[in-house]
Design a protein around this ligand. Sequence first.
Ligand code: ADP
Length: 258
Amino acid sequence: MVEQMALQIEDLVKRYPTGTQALKGVDLAISPGQFFGLLGPNGAGKSTLIHCTTGLAAPTSGAIRVFGHDAVSHYEQARLAVGLAPQDLNLDWFLTVEETLDYHGGYFGMPRRERRERARELLEAFSLVEKKDDRTRTLSGGMKRRLILARALMHRPRLLILDEPTAGVDVELRLELWHYVQRINAEGTTILLTTHYLEEAEQLCDAIAFINGGEIVAQGTSGELAERYGVASLEDAYLELVGRKELSRAHLVAEEAV
Ligand code: ADP
């Protein structure tokens, strides 16, 4: 039997009404349990790919299946299988922490009792129990990020999409968030991560795809990508991808030595 993919994208094309072709025939397959990184410069098509997967944008052509559910023709089942932790802190500032989780569960059709139990479990896991009755606007940055993660997991999605989860956060919070997402993955949730931090991808991801100009241009482990570009690190491979190899730290160190 063929293994069912957590996310299977085939020949995905997205052309916006403006004429921009943001995705030009993307193929991508993420296995259950993988921690998958999608890396690419601004404008590469990462958000468009996420939006097509979560129903926020309609594909022009091609197919997307989440655990076998077609993201267009079986939108509801596909959407239920996905949790999205967006980059922006899009919390409702007037809700409490617990209400935030409860409303999200309600939106995904969870019965009241199950919502209450799941919320309690997540408040515990994300160290938010003491804050459960606080309004979200009063939380620290770290707590807001943790709540966004907890909310994304509320309906027990099998695929979690993390869109630049650590953009602009300090070192301590970044390490703390890594710890949480590694645990989520170890507990069986498949993860698709976009990030601009190559160190983050290197540390967390067991497979990485480079996207550029709406196309997947390379794929593999961090080591395989470096090998593919004939360089020593993921960062250097990325610099080759974006055509800026003169910025390589290895290069700079060599120049300084002259
Ligand atoms: P990334 O997330 O990698 O930065 P995006 O998916 O946001 O890339 O953008 C890919 C391309 O599609 C860019 O050229 C961007 O300007 C364009 N684009 C993104 N969203 C829209 C939109 N709603 N309408 C028109 N063009 C868009």
